[in-house]
Design a protein around this ligand. Structure first.
Ligand SMILES: C[S@@+](CC[C@H](N)C(=O)[O-])C[C@H]1O[C@@H](n2cnc3c(N)ncnc32)[C@H](O)[C@@H]1O
Length: 240
């Protein structure tokens, strides 16, 4: 059985209900636990998005730790499934006067309320491993992305058949619902999805600190007309 099929066989270990419950528990201690550890990936994602010629969507924005890292000249919309995490993001936006944040909205990343081709760039730092259906999320990220734009992912990608991979598989079976994420995440989840979508092209796959534990992945939605997003309209959305 392929890595990706193995992964989906175990998909019942995580659903939106236990993800929401897990992040309600994480919210008060999330920044203390994950601010410094996950900062290199957030910086890399924000840097990759800095060239976007239009609005940026941050999917799974959480408590908004990456929001101050986006240039003040960008326009960022954050979405998340967890209200307690979003409340903290909203406090951060007010406290740090983050004018680049155009809105924060509760949404499920597999069914977003945005029209097709709304955003010039879609970032999802440390998000894909926490959802039950990562390929359904990728479909949705591609739908809201303008031609010529990029999806920027940061997440852990599992190694193959070493002791760490075996430990991750064990953690995955026993701990995923409590943790609210899946420690095991084979590259084929992303790789197979790109192969199935001819309009999507892998631009970069790069290991990140600490210890190459995480991977930055940039995927372009190929435009019939190069740089189509450069000519795109600004964001016009009614956001809360
Ligand atoms: C590990 S946190 C990452 C938060 C932030 N991006 C960061 O770098 O700290 C993952 C976030 O994804 C959110 N999430 C999980 N499933 C989601 C879904 N289906 N739709 C939107 N957000 C989701 C969680 O609520 C959580 O806030």
């Amino acid at each position: 059985m392929s890595e990706a099929r193995n992964y989906f066989r175990d998909v019942e270990t995580l659903d939106n209900g236990n993800v929401e419950a897990a992040y309600a528990r994480w919210a008060p201690i999330y920044d203390l636990t994950f601010d410094v550890l996950l900062k290199p990936g957030r910086r890399a994602a924000a840097a990759a998005a800095s060239g976007a010629r239009g609005p940026i969507l941050d999917v799974g924005v959480g408590t908004g730790l990456e929001l101050p890292l986006f240039s003040r000249h960008t326009q960022v919309v954050g979405v998340d499934l967890s209200e307690p995490m979003l409340r903290r993001a909203a406090q951060r936006v007010r406290r740090e006067r983050l004018d680049q944040v155009a809105g924060l909205v509760k949404m499920d990343a597999t069914r977003m309320a945005f029209p097709d081709a709304t955003f010039a760039c879609v970032v999802a730092p440390y998000m894909l491993t926490v959802v039950p259906e990562p390929q359904a999320v990728l479909d949705e990220l591609a739908r809201v992305l303008r031609p010529g734009g990029e999806i920027v992912l940061v997440n852990h990608v599992s190694g193959k058949d070493d002791a760490v991979a075996l430990f991750e598989a064990w953690l995955d079976r026993h701990m995923a619902p409590k943790l609210g994420w899946r420690p095991q995440f084979p590259w084929s989840i992303i790789g197979d999805w790109i192969d199935r979508n001819p309009q999507m092209k892998l631009v970069e796959r790069r290991p990140l600190a600490p210890f190459g534990l995480f991977t930055l992945t940039r995927i372009e939605r190929v435009s019939a007309e190069r740089n189509e997003c450069a000519k795109s309209a600004p964001l016009e959305l009614a956001l809360a």
